[in-house]
Write a protein that binds this ligand. Structure first.
Ligand code: ZN
Length: 88
């Protein structure tokens, strides 16, 4: 019942009816001994999967999203609490 427009997190394309979209989420975890372990979970488009935050219009954009998580040296997107701003 979400009425707002759905747009791709990577290329900002709007979702059409027939498009094959994907959902993805950053499932990285912080391991005390090994540091951050980066992980991404990807599923086919499914409206029941509301816990997935990234909406991706194609496998290409999904790949870009994965690289963004895996190869970003900084913290993840600023949609977390943002209370931990102490860098280094
Ligand atoms: Zn896209």
């Amino acid at each position: 019942m979400i009425s707002e427009k759905i747009t791709c997190d990577i290329c900002k394309a709007e979702r059409g009816i027939d498009n094959h979209w994907f959902l993805a989420d950053d499932t990285s975890t912080d391991n005390p001994s090994e540091g951050k372990i980066k992980a991404v979970e990807v599923v086919e488009w499914n409206l029941n999967y509301t816990q997935y935050h990234a909406q991706l219009c194609s496998i290409e954009c999904t790949g870009k999203f994965i690289s963004k998580i895996f190869f970003s040296k900084e913290s993840r997107d600023a949609n977390s609490e943002g209370s931990n701003l102490s860098s280094k």
